[in-house]
Every structure is written in C-alpha cells, then in structure tokens.
Write a new protein. Structure first.
Length: 85
C-alpha cells in the first residue's frame, strides 16, 4: 500500500490504522481525512494532509484525540475502514 492509496481511503471515511510506532510499540489509530470530520479551520485548505508532511508519512485527523497525527506508510500493519459512518 502506498501513500496515495492510504490518503484516498482516508478521504472516504473513518479508518482504524494499526501501525508500528518508532519505539516499536503497536498503535491503533482511529482517523480520517473526510472533510466533514476535520476541524473547521482545515476544511477548506487544499490537500491539508499533504501540506507539511514529508514523503513516506501520512498525516490524518485522530478522531479520539481530536488532533493531527501521522504515521509512516511502511509501518502500517492493517487498515480497517468504515466509509461514511
């Protein structure tokens, strides 16, 4: 799975991303890039998730913490999606 594929999936709805953090621990992240779920200030910013994100990282909105988070594409273990929930 590559960056563009993950970004497209996150734009569709909510996803549970399981990935390995830099410290080696496994993390579950319930996140999205669906415009309706983003903070009001970020909804009209084109490609907000790509704007300041280095290659190989995906920035997304953490639905549980209500904050921006990122993960390395090559650290993703699984992606479970819940479109349009």
């Amino acid at each position: 799975m590559n960056t563009d594929m993950i970004l497209n999936i996150l734009h569709e709805g909510k996803c549970l991303v399981k990935f390995t953090k830099v410290d080696g621990t496994i993390r579950d992240l319930l996140c999205t890039l669906r415009k309706e779920d983003l903070p009001l200030d970020d909804r009209d910013v084109p490609d907000v998730a790509k704007r300041f994100t280095p290659e190989g990282l995906v920035a997304c909105w953490d639905l549980e913490a209500a904050a921006w988070r990122s993960f390395k594409v090559d650290s993703v273990i699984s992606l479970t999606c819940y479109p349009n929930e």
